[in-house]
Write a protein that binds this ligand. Structure first.
Ligand code: SF4
Ligand code: SF4
Length: 456
């Protein structure tokens, strides 16, 4: 728990007659101007039983709990979240478990409460991550009315999706998810797909990508590598990974195959979060994904009972910051415990990463995946390093090209025309040194060594 003086945090709140922390008059100097909270109103509870889900095991943290966010806590949370953001944009993000288990009325109230607490000039953005199986017309009407961005979890075509995404009886879920997605699309709800990359789909990148783009008509894609260690808490060098875990080299090949298709026809019309983040790094902008930042610590997880954790991937007793009914969220964010959590992302990088030519884009990715040894035996290298390095090196030439277009005031999708105009026997515009016909005419998979780009 953060070391915060009680007198500063818990004051009488006349409105509900309960003690509740108020926004400190002086904003703590270490508080981030903008932060992100993933709120889990049902805790880890879900109606499905996806085999790689790390949330389900979190039930043991709260034995005997009902796992439902109470109405009072909902209001306390929304009030704190909205008043604590220094900027005009506030994102209210719901996740689980499966948040739709709370029922549509919970979210109707949440939207109304948030609106009551919105300050003049503030814009609220509502997002929800769901498995899609419980969506109805009533749900979708609400989501559309309030402009929710909905993330729906799909791992590819049915045979790949159903490998691990099953219900409590072990039955496939793809048909139910598809029905939920169709409802979202029919109601014109802004939707993106969150696809985990795992041992089952890792060798089918284009089947997955084309299914999303062509069969489902989706335009926003998030790719999340599944990395599960045999022991699911703490860090132990030499940890083994489960057989569902994506292979590090396969992760690189997966990204490269999709990138090569994307860069030749889809830039500007299909948005792959990981590619956008990489392009931002090449263009010298913040990557927009915490995993690729130098430091982190500004994305916390809120449990159903008000407990706030350092990150959604670290919902463990050691990373409990406190409870927002006791200490205001902005003070928990500003606490020395949370600031050092975020700083550790940089401070614990092994020398191998510090010397890496693509560190500016990768930054050692997420600390949760740093449990292997570097080639010279230093602990703390990212399990996915081989894949990321291959991808970033492969993408370098075309990332430079796109970043250059952005710097000149142009558009990243100019790259499509550059590649299309290249003669088949000319050197590929990506700079690989190979002929275009053997590189980015069709699907190329080469990689090469680069020097760091001049723009960061
Ligand atoms: S621990 Fe990983 S997921 Fe969590 S905030 Fe840091 S980089 Fe992001
Ligand atoms: S690619 Fe590997 S060595 Fe380079 S920063 Fe990322 S994890 Fe570290």
């Amino acid at each position: 728990m953060a070391d915060v003086p009680v007198a500063l945090t818990v004051k009488a709140a006349a409105r509900r007659g309960e003690p509740r922390p108020l926004l400190p008059i002086d904003r703590p100097p270490t508080a981030p101007a903008y932060f992100h909270v993933l709120a889990k109103p049902t805790g880890p509870i879900c109606n499905l039983d996806c085999q790689y889900c790390f949330f389900l095991s979190k039930e043991a943290l709260y034995p005997g709990d009902r796992f439902r966010m109470a109405e009072d806590l909902l209001e306390t949370y929304l009030e704190q979240l909205i008043e604590a953001q220094a900027g005009p944009e506030v994102t209210i993000a719901w996740q689980g478990g499966e948040p739709t288990l709370m029922g549509v009325d919970f979210f109707r109230r949440a939207v109304a409460m948030a609106e009551q607490h919105r300050r003049p000039g503030q814009t609220l953005h509502h997002t929800i991550q769901t498995n899609g199986t419980l969506l109805t017309d009533e749900w979708c009407a609400l989501l559309k009315e309030h402009g929710f961005l909905v993330g729906i979890s799909i791992d590819g075509p049915p045979e790949l999706h159903d490998a691990y995404r099953v219900d409590k009886k072990g039955q496939p879920t793809s048909a139910k998810v598809r029905r939920g997605l169709e409802l979202l699309l029919a109601h014109e709800v802004e939707t993106n797909v969150l696809c985990t990359v795992n041992a089952a789909n890792q060798d089918h990148p284009l089947d997955v990508y084309r299914y999303f783009r062509d069969d489902l008509g989706l335009r926003h894609i998030q790719l999340i590598p599944i990395v599960e260690r045999e022991n699911d808490t703490g860090f132990q060098e030499g940890d083994k990974v489960t057989d569902r875990t994506v292979d590090a080299d396969a992760w690189g090949r997966f990204l490269i195959a999709i990138f090569d298709e994307w860069v030749q026809r889809d830039v500007g019309t299909v948005f792959v979060q990981m590619f956008d983040a990489a392009l931002a790094s090449w263009a010298g902008a913040p990557p927009g994904m915490c995993i690729f930042g130098e430091t982190c610590g500004n994305a916390v997880a809120l449990e159903h009972n008000g407990d706030l954790y350092s990150c959604d991937h670290f919902v463990e007793p050691k990373y409990l910051l406190g409870n927002i009914t006791q200490t205001h969220i902005v003070e928990l964010l500003a606490s020395p415990q949370q600031r050092s959590f975020g700083q550790a992302k940089l401070d614990t990088l092994p020398r191998y990463c510090l010397d890496c030519e693509v560190r500016f884009a990768c930054n050692g990715e997420c600390p949760k995946n740093r449990f292997i040894l570097t080639p010279d035996g230093e602990p703390g290298l990212n399990y996915l390093c081989a894949g990321y390095k291959a991808f970033f090196l492969h993408a370098d030439g075309l990332m430079r090209l796109m970043a250059g277009a952005l710097r000149r005031g142009g558009y990243a999708d100019e790259v499509i025309g550059v590649l299309a105009r290249a003669g088949r026997n000319d050197p590929c515009p990506c700079g690989s040194g190979r002929k275009t016909k053997r590189c980015h005419s069709g699907v190329g998979t080469g990689s090469r060594v680069v020097s760091p780009p001049s723009v960061r």
